[in-house]
Design a protein around this ligand. Sequence first.
Ligand code: TRP
Ligand code: SF4
Length: 328
Amino acid sequence: MKKGRILSGMRPTGKLHLGNLLGALDNWVRLQDDYECFYMVADWHALTTGYEETDSIRRDTKQMVLDWLSAGLDPEKNALFVQSQVKEHAELYLLLSMITPISWLERCPTYKDQLQQLENRNIATHGFLGYPVLQTADIIIYKATEVPVGEDQAAHLEISRELARRFNHLYKKVFPEPKILLNKVTMLPGVDGRKMSKSYRNDITLAAEEKEIKEKVQQMVTDPARIRKDDKGHPEVCVVYRFQEIFNAEESEEINEQCRSGTIGCVSCKNLLIKRLCEELLPIVEKRKALERKEGYVEEVLEYGAERARKVASETLEEVREAMKIYA
Ligand code: TRP
Ligand code: SF4
């Protein structure tokens, strides 16, 4: 017996990095045995802020799904699909938009923030305002009971719960109120110490091979107070040490002491980390390469996932049309 049904999604951002692995993907993998899972590439959502430049969407989708599979998401256990391949989401989005008060959307903090932050792009659009409505359609069309996401999505989930409630109240009880399942997040800095992010170019991708891993670890900032090898260090301010704690937990205590007493140099410390990261990442890279060699494989996985998703989505839509007295 499964514990419930899950839907979650990521916008297609291309190759994922270690921060994405620890912040989201690992959670998805962990949930796949206990829940019935629907994992989706939110390509329509990508259009809400990126409608002017769409050349990379398909390529980014494929690269991201390759990462999903390489990191251990099983296309048999889960429905892995692309949002735009399940058109039912669009119909439910339209119907939900009829019952969504504009004020709910205008006061959504992500809407207000992004509007300010991306002021160089014209995102004062109907589509961007409706972002949480589309996200709600994604979720409730599967009658998902849980939605694993990061804290940044909490406001959207609140709107989803309210919309599900509003629909049930106006017409008929069709939808469960989806609960947020906050991702367990291990905060990982980028090589420069800021948050790991593709746009800062301080990330390490899941597809990184040995050469890239080495280069990235060499770039990592260490304790600036350590000039000579036997200077006493402060691991708590060092990016390399943060990685040791996460990827080399067993040795990290010892490294901590050696750094503090000045008995390990940063070069050896970095070499230890390189070794551990290679052990961790190279199997993922190998799997990725094997999958890349299978011509058409990703497309096949996504087609199969979309079929499974459509089956559930179209059943829900029938209930929705019936409840709203709308023609099929
Ligand atoms: N908005 C989510 C993000 O940017 C992506 C997303 C789209 C999503 N639809 C979803 C997440 C449905 C959870 C459920 O990360
Ligand atoms: Fe950082 Fe390791 Fe150098 Fe200490 S020895 S400052 S933990 S890289």
